[in-house]
Ligand binder design. Structure first.
Ligand code: BES
Ligand code: ZN
Ligand code: ZN
Length: 490
C-alpha cells in the first residue's frame, strides 16, 4: 500500500472510494454529505464503526475525537473494512488535531496497521485490494499544512508502522520456525539490508563471555542459543543507546514446567528481542542521529536430562551468584548476562531493556499496558510521555526498599524468585538491578511488555497475536530526546 500526499482538493482527486470520518458524532459537518443514508444504514458514528455507501463511493468511519489515537484507530478500521471491497485507489482528507504532525502520522500508521495480517501459514491468504491512498491536504477543520512536511510525516510514519509489522511477524512465527538460530539469521539479514554492524555469539562465544546464567537456561534445548549484537552508527551521534531484548523463542518453564494452558502463546516470549530488531530497523531507516546498539539474548527454555534445576547456583557475567528456585523465572537470567554485556561493550548514555518478563505485570496493569520500571523519575516520565504520544500505553511501577529484601538468598548473592507472591513485576526488575553497575543506575529503564506484546484477541488497531509493543514508543522517545538535545544546543 502506497500513501501519497496531494495539494489538490478532495473533489479533484479521482479514486475508487473516499474515506470520510465522522468525528464525535457530528453529522452536521459539511463533509458528511449523506446524513440520511447513513441514518438509514443504522450507522451511529461510534469509534471504528464503518458504513460503506458504494453508490456514493464513500466509506464512513466513526472517530470519538481528533485525538491522534482515535484517528489512528479509525483509519485502521476503514482500511480493514475496505479489504472486503475491490477498491484499489482510496482518497481522504486530513484530520488534523492539536499537533498536525502527530495526526498525519496517525492516519498513515493506522492505514498500514489496518492492512496487516499474519497469514504465511494459511492456504487462503488475506486480501489487500487497496494499493494506493491519496491524502489531500484539505483539512476537516480548514487547518493548513505544508504539503512537503505532510509528505515527510507520512514517510516516517510508514517506516515506523512497517517496522512494527516486521516485529509482529517475527513474534507470530511459530517456535520451531523461529529458533534462536533463525532469530539470529533474521538479525543478520536486517544488518545486511540496513547497513548495520552485526556480531553473533554462539555457545562458545557465550562461554568466553562467562555468561553462566544465559547458558544454563539454554542447556536443555536442542536449538543452540545466540547472542546478537547489532549496531547502528550514524555520523556525529547525539547519544549512544543500548537496547537489550529478551528472546525466549520458547518458554516451556523448564523443569518448573508451565501448566498446559499457560504454555500456549509462549512463542511470544521473544517479543522483547523482536521489538529491539524492529527499533533497529526503524532508526536506521529514519537515519536518526543516535548511535543505537541492539542486544538480543535468544534461547529456548526447555526440559531434559541436562536441564538447569531449582537448587542450582549459577554465576552471571559480572561474577554474581544466583540461586535458582524456579526455572520459569528464566528471562531475568538471560537479561542479567545481556545487560552486563551491554554496559561493558557499549558504555551507553541510556540502557533500555524490553522483556515479556512477568505474568505479575499483566495482573498489575492489564493486558494492554507496558510496565515501566527504573531508578530515574525523569527518565520514566519522559519515556511514558513519548509512549502516550506514540499511541502506546504505559504504567510506572515504583520500587521500594522493602521489595529489595524479597529476593535475598541464604546461599547465593541473589535468588531468581521472590519469597512472596506479590509485586512480581517489581521483584523481577529488582533482580535485574543486581546486574546494573552503579554508574548506569539512572540510565536504565526496564520495560515489561508481557501484557501488550501478545494478546489473543484483536484490540483497537492491533490484530489478534503480536502487537509490536515497544517499537513506536521507543522511536518516539528517540525523537523526543533529539529535540531536547537541539534545544540545549541553542
Ligand atoms: N515468560 C514468562 C512471563 C509471561 C507470562 C509472559 C505471561 C507473558 C505472559 C516468564 O518467563 C515467567 O514464566 N515468569 C514467571 C515468574 C515466576 C516464576 C516468578 C511468572 O510470571 O509466573
Ligand atoms: Zn518463564
Ligand atoms: Zn519467559
Amino acid at each position: 500500500m502506497q500513501i501519497e500526499v496531494s495539494q489538490k482538493p478532495k473533489s479533484e482527486i479521482a479514486a475508487d472510494i473516499e474515506i470520510v470520518c465522522v468525528v464525535a458524532k457530528d453529522f452536521d459537518h459539511p463533509w458528511i454529505e449523506e446524513r440520511e443514508l447513513l441514518e438509514l444504514s443504522g450507522f451511529e458514528g461510534g469509534q471504528d464503526e464503518t458504513s460503506l455507501l458504494p453508490e456514493k463511493r464513500r466509506l464512513y468511519v466513526g472517530s470519538d475525537s481528533l485525538h491522534h489515537d482515535d484517528i489512528r484507530s479509525a483509519f485502521a478500521a476503514a482500511i480493514r473494512a475496505l479489504r472486503k471491497t475491490k477498491a484499489e485507489h482510496v482518497k481522504t482528507g486530513l484530520y488534523l488535531g492539536k499537533c498536525s504532525a502527530q495526526n498525519v502520522k496517525a492516519m498513515a500508521e493506522g492505514m498500514i496497521f489496518g492492512d496487516y495480517d499474519y497469514d504465511p501459514y494459511k492456504s487462503e491468504k488475506a486480501k489487500h485490494p487497496v494499493k494506493k491512498v491519496t491524502i489531500s491536504t484539505e483539512d476537516f477543520n480548514g487547518k493548513s499544512i505544508d504539503p512537503q512536511k505532510a509528505a515527510g510525516y507520512v514517510e516516517s510514519a510508514a517506516i515506523v508502522a512497517h517496522a512494527t509489522n516486521y516485529t509482529r511477524s517475527i513474534v507470530n512465527t511459530p517456535p520451531d520456525d523461529m529458533t534462536p538460530e533463525m532469530l539470529a539469521l533474521k538479525a543478520v539479514s536486517l544488518a545486511e539490508e540496513n547497513g548495520l554492524e552485526c556480531i553473533v555469539l554462539d555457545e562458545k562465544g557465550l562461554e568466553a563471555e562467562k555468561m553462566g546464567a544465559f547458558l544454563a537456561v539454554s542447556r536443555a534445548s536442542d536449538h543452540p542459543p545466540r547472542l546478537v549484537h547489532l549496531a547502528y552508527r550514524p555520523e556525529n551521534p547525539k547519544y549512544r543507546v543500548a537496547l537489550v531484548g529478551k528472546g525466549l523463542t520458547y518458554d516451556s518453564g523448564g523443569l518448573s514446567l508451565k501448566p498446559a494452558e499457560y504454555m500456549v502463546t509462549m512463542k511470544s516470549d521473544k517479543a522483547g528481542a523482536c521489538a529491539v530488531l524492529g527499533i533497529m530497523k526503524a532508526v536506521s531507516e529514519l537515519k536518526l542521529p543516535i548511535e543505537v546498539h541492539g542486544i538480543v539474548g535468544a534461547t529456548e527454555n526447555m526440559i531434559g536430562g541436562n536441564a538447569y534445576k531449582p537448587d542450582d547456583i549459577l554465576t552471571a557475567k559480572n561474577g554474581k551468584t544466583i540461586e535458582i528456585r524456579n526455572t520459569d523465572a528464566e528471562g531475568r537470567l538471560v537479561l542479567a548476562d545481556c545487560l552486563c554485556y551491554a554496559q561493558e561493550k557499549v558504555a551507553p548514555d541510556y540502557l533500555l531493556d524490553f522483556a515479556t518478563l512477568t505474568g505479575a505485570c499483566v495482573v498489575a496493569l492489564g493486558e494492554y499496558t507496558t510496565g515501566l520500571m527504573g531508578h530515574d523519575r525523569a527518565l520514566k516520565h519522559s519515556f511514558s510521555k513519548a509512549a502516550a504520544n506514540a499511541g502506546e500505553l504505559t504504567g510506572t511501577l515504583p520500587f521500594n526498599r522493602y521489595l529489595k529484601k524479597l529476593i535475598k538468598s541464604d546461599v547465593a548473592d541473589v535468588c531468581n524468585i521472590s519469597s512472596t507472591r506479590y509485586g512480581g513485576a517489581l521483584t523481577a526488575a529488582l533482580f535485574l538491578d543486581h546486574f546494573i553497575e552503579k554508574e548506569y543506575k539512572h540510565k536504565w529503564l526496564h520495560l515489561d511488555i508481557a501484557g501488550p506484546a501478545y494478546v489473543e484477541k484483536a484490540w483497537g488497531y492491533n490484530p489478534a497475536g503480536a502487537s509490536g509493543a515497544g517499537v513506536r514508543m521507543t522511536v518516539k522517545w528517540f525523537e523526543q530526546i533529539l529535540k531536547q538535545a537541539e534545544k540545549e544546543e541553542k
